[in-house]
Design a protein around this ligand. Sequence first.
Ligand code: ATP
Ligand code: MG
Length: 529
Amino acid sequence: MNVPLVLTHFLDRAVSLYGDKVGVISEEKSLTYRELYERVNQLSHGLSDIGVKKGDRVAYLAPNTLEMLEGFYGVFQTGAIMVPLNIRLKPDDYVFILNHSESKVLFVDAELYHLIAPVKNELQTVEYIIVHSKTDDIDEIAYDTWLAQYTTEPFVRPDIDENDVCSLLYTSGTTGNPKGVMLTHRNNYLHALSTMHHLRVSDRDVYLHILPMFHVNGWGAPFYYTANGATHVCLRKAIPEVIFEYVNKYKVTVMHMAPTVLNTLLQYYEQHVPTIEHDVRVVIAGSAPPPAFVTRVEKELGWEFIQVYGMTESSPLSTVSTVRSHLQHLPLSDQYRMKAKAGYAMIGCEVKVVNEHGEEVPRDGKSIGEVIVRSNGVMAGYWKNPEATMETIRNGWLHTGDMATIDMYGNIDIVDRKKDIIISGGENISSIEVEGVLYEHPAVLEAAVIAVPHEKWGETPHAFVVVRSGKEVTEQELIAFSREKLAHFKAITGVTFVQELPKTASGKIQKVHLRNEYWQSIGKTGRYV
Ligand code: ATP
Ligand code: MG
C-alpha cells in the first residue's frame, strides 16, 4: 500500500513516541511534543474558522520562535500552503511577495509589524493580519487570545496528497527578482529522510535554530528534528554570547549556520575558552570556507564540520561533505580539504557536472562545468512562472546555474555562479577566487568582481571595492596587488570605488546589478542585461 508522504506524519510520530519529552524551548518556555501538538491543533482549527482551505496561502513573517515552528504544522494540517517571508526585506518586497503569492492570512511577529504597517493598504489578498506577542500599540488581532478560543482536540485533516504543494519559498533574489519555489510534501519529506541520515539526526539531539526557519538554509530542520523526537531550541538573534549561553544551558548538540557566523563564534570562543563547556557534536555550514577554517573549527572548537550545498529549488540540499569511511585513512589535512568542498551526492540525489554539450566533465578536480541535479527534492516549479520553470528543469534535471569541478571521489567544489564567471581569452576565471585575493589587502573591506568587455580578451575582471575606514588605496595599487597574487590573466584590470555594494536580505552581493550598471554606463548591452 502506498502511504502518502505527508509532513504531518513527522509531528504525529513525535507525539506518539515522544509526547512527554521536551519538544521546543523558546524564550525560556519549554513545551512537550504533546503540548506543541495541542497548540498546532488550535492553530489549524483557527485557520479553518477564518476560512482557510486546502491550497490557500498563509504567510509568516517571524524570527525563530515557537509561533513560527508551530505555524508549519498548523498550516500543513489544513492542507494550506506555507509562505515564509524573509525578515530582512523592505516593505515593498513584502507587497510583491504577498500579492504574488495571493496570501490570505499573514502572521507577523510584533517586533516586525513596523515592516508591514506602512504598506498594509497595498496588500490585495490578505484578509487577516494576526500578530504574535502583540503589544497595545498594534491595532490588529492578537495571536495568543485568538488561538486560545480554539479547541486542542485533533483537527480533522482534509485528504492531502504527497504531490500537493505545501510551501512556497521565495529565492534570495541574488540574480534578479525573487522567484516563488513550489515544494511539495513529497519533496520535503524525502529531502528530510535523506538529510537526517547524512547528519545522523537522533532523538538525543538538541538542535539550536540559528539559521532562520523562513530561509531555505534553515529549511527542513522543523521536519527532520521533529520526526526524530529531537528538541528544538529557538533563537531570535544570532549573537555569539547568546549562542554560547544556549549551547551551555540547553546542552545543544547540533547547529547549522553560515560560515560568517561560525567565524564570529570562533573569535568569541578564543577569548572565552576557559568558561565555555559544550556537548556540540556537529556544525553545518552552507557555503565554502577555506580548508584552514575547517581545521580550526574541528581542532579548536572540537566540532565536526560539515558543509552542504543546495538551493531553494531542491528543497534545498543535494550534496554533503562528511568524509566517507573508506577515505578516512587519508591524512587529516586531505580530509579537511575535502570538507572545504561542497561534497558528494546525498541519498535520493543524482548530481553531475556537465559541459555546454551536456557531457560530464572528467573527475579531475580541474575541469569546470555546470552542476545539474535530479532528486526527490527538486521543486514542482516556479509559482506562476512556467517559462522560468522550463528553463531551469530540462529533461528532468535541475540546472543550478552553479559552476563546479568534480574530483576522483565524486566531490564537487563550487567555483562560481555561471553568470558571474569571467571568460577571458577563452579561460574561465572565478570571480570568487579574484575577490578572495582582494580581501587579503588590508585596505579592502568588501570586494565584488565582475566581467567587463575587453577588445582583445573578450572580457576581463573588474573590481568594485569598499575601502576600510581610515585606510587608503589606489586603483593601480590594487591592480598590482592582484597581479602579484594571481596568474596574470586573472588579475583585475580596473577598480570602481563605492560606498557600499548592493546586497540581498541574506547578505549575498547582487553582482547582476553591478554588471548591468557598468555595461549600460559604457553603452553596451552585453550578455548580462
Ligand atoms: P536567486 O535564485 O533569487 O538569484 P539565490 O540563488 O542566492 O537567489 P538561494 O536558493 O538562497 O538563492 O541560494 C542558492 C545558491 O547559493 C546556490 O545556487 C549557490 O550559488 C549558493 N550556494 C549554496 N550552497 C553553497 C556552497 N556550499 N558553496 C557555494 N555556494 C553555495
Ligand atoms: Mg538561485
